[in-house]
Write a protein that binds this ligand. Structure first.
Ligand code: PLP
Length: 472
């Protein structure tokens, strides 16, 4: 398998070459040169596999520069009942009618990002050891990504994590999750500022190429292909658990922000997994819903980006959307670049409604969409609790609300649960008049000693901190 850039950079690469990279040199995103096909007989054969075995089968189709034995060992080490609190890893639960919830949030930080990030941690450690190199992951987080990265990289050889977060602005639970880590290779930097200040610092440090090279600065952001690939696996798992024959079709509904999660569903469908529809659910930040309804893609300004009660979906642009658009445009890198580089720079968006490709988004690629508001989240959380005895988090509620608008008779609809309620407890007083359930393993986490450094929003101060810790 070779990987190419959505913007046409003419130097196809292998998996381990792009593993530690972010964007392609031309600013595009890496994509597999083709989608390996999985036929009905193979699907039937996979029905009895454990999650780790299934992951190995699917990853093997895309990774040919890690030996089979090593890849198997990496999957076995990643997808265990002790890390994901259940032997099923992604348990499927029936709600009502033909509606299901696939539980992706049983990992260490209680959000679906653990599923890919835990694999990434093990892949990074493996590849860095093979190269005899080190990596210093620098990131900015408002909650989910940073903690998932830290729990994936803690204690890993050759890796340090420097994670900036806005001081005092994450939920007490999220702060406790991150700051209670005592591992020597994890460095929490609480910046006196807002999330944008953190992101600006990370950009400034990464744009200093000499510093970046000398101190081996890397990232773990959502455009990393390995993260997307790891997410493909749970679409297959959800399909196999909700069907009894490979003649059946299912639909998925996905609470979406940066389009990473649902893009993995697109990849699974392109591989031949019988998915009838992929339903994009957004919150009030509805640029993806707007695109699938109208053909207009419009990046939002800061003042036009809403702070909502499903904060992990509060985005102004969808960084993985270019991957799907590349397929939608017939894999034409010139057009992809014209839209995602030229048109975004010049006009902040583009309009495909009159283009023949736009109809394909729904007809050929199976996409549907919808949006959900704070009032919808409250109503959905209440309804799911009162009628179905199930507590869902606000992001998952966006998924359930939109899923119900796109049901087809006889086709199971699987909503991907992207976090557990305890992570986003603020809305539950308002929705249910009580605090959410908390898994016993997190009892008292707020009382643990905290390890973090408070710092002004100053690039040089952060650089000095890194230099001292890396010690070069
Ligand atoms: C990251 C995240 C999302 C959005 O996922 P994308 O891959 O960015 O579309 C939704 N819900 C939760 C809880 C998240 O952490």
């Amino acid at each position: 398998m070779r990987y190419l850039s959505t913007r046409g950079h003419a130097d196809p690469k292998r998996f381990c070459e792009i593993l530690l990279e972010g964007l392609a040199p031309d600013g595009g995103l890496y994509m597999p040169s083709s989608y390996p096909q999985v036929d009905a007989a193979t699907l039937e054969k996979w029905r009895g596999l454990s999650y780790a075995e299934l992951a190995f089968e699917i990853l093997s189709l895309y990774i040919d520069d890690v030996t089979a034995a090593d890849l198997k060992a990496l999957c076995d080490k990643t997808y265990t009942a002790s890390v994901f609190a259940t032997p099923e890893i992604v348990p499927l639960r029936a709600l009502d009618g033909n509606l299901y919830l696939e539980g992706l949030s049983n990992g260490p930080t209680l959000a679906f990002k653990d599923i890919a990030m835990q694999l990434l941690g093990n892949l990074f450690e493996y590849e860095l050891a093979r190269r005899g190199e080190e990596l210093n992951v620098l990131g900015a987080t408002s909650g989910d990504t940073g903690s998932a990265a830290e729990y994936a990289m803690r204690g890993k050889k050759g890796i340090r994590v420097f994670m900036t977060s806005p001081h005092g602005r994450m939920s007490p639970f999220q702060q406790a999750q991150m700051f209670s880590l005592q591992d020597e290779n994890i460095h929490n930097i609480a910046i006196e500022g807002v999330f944008d200040d953190c992101q600006d610092i990370v950009k400034a440090v990464s744009n200093d190429l000499a510093f970046k090279r000398k101190y081996k600065i890397g990232t773990v952001n959502s455009i990393n292909w390995a993260r997307l690939l790891a997410q493909v696996v749970y679409y297959f798992a959800g399909y196999l658990r909700s069907t009894s024959s490979a003649q059946q079709r299912v639909a998925f509904a996905v609470p979406s922000g940066n389009f990473g999660n649902i893009c993995a569903g697109h990849v699974a469908r392109m591989m031949g997994l019988p998915i009838s529809h992929l339903v994009v659910a957004t919150n009030e930040n509805d640029l993806l819903d707007e695109f699938f309804r109208t053909g207009v893609y419009r990046v939002r300004s800061g003042s036009d980006t809403h702070e909502t009660s499903s904060p992990s979906m509060d985005i102004s642009k969808a960084s993985n959307f270019e991957r799907f658009a590349f397929d939608l445009l017939g894999r034409d890198p010139v057009r992809t670049k014209a839209l995602f580089h030229d048109a975004l720079l010049a006009a902040g968006g583009f309009d495909l409604h009159a283009d023949a490709s736009f109809a394909a988004a729904s007809v050929r690629f199976g996409f549907r969409s919808g949006r959900s508001t704070h009032a919808d989240r409250l109503a959905t959380i209440r309804d799911t609790w009162e009628r179905l005895d199930t507590m869902i988090d606000p992001h998952t509620a966006d998924g359930v609300k939109v899923a119900r608008e796109h049901m087809t008779a006889g086709v199971p609809m699987i909503v991907l649960e992207t976090a557990l309620p305890v992570k986003f407890s603020a809305i539950f007083e308002e929705a249910l008049g009580r605090t959410p359930d908390r898994p016993a393993r997190f009892d008292g986490i707020e009382n643990l000693p905290k390890r973090m450094q408070v710092m002004p929003a100053d690039v040089d101060a952060v650089k000095r901190y890194i230099v001292e810790r890396v010690g070069l």
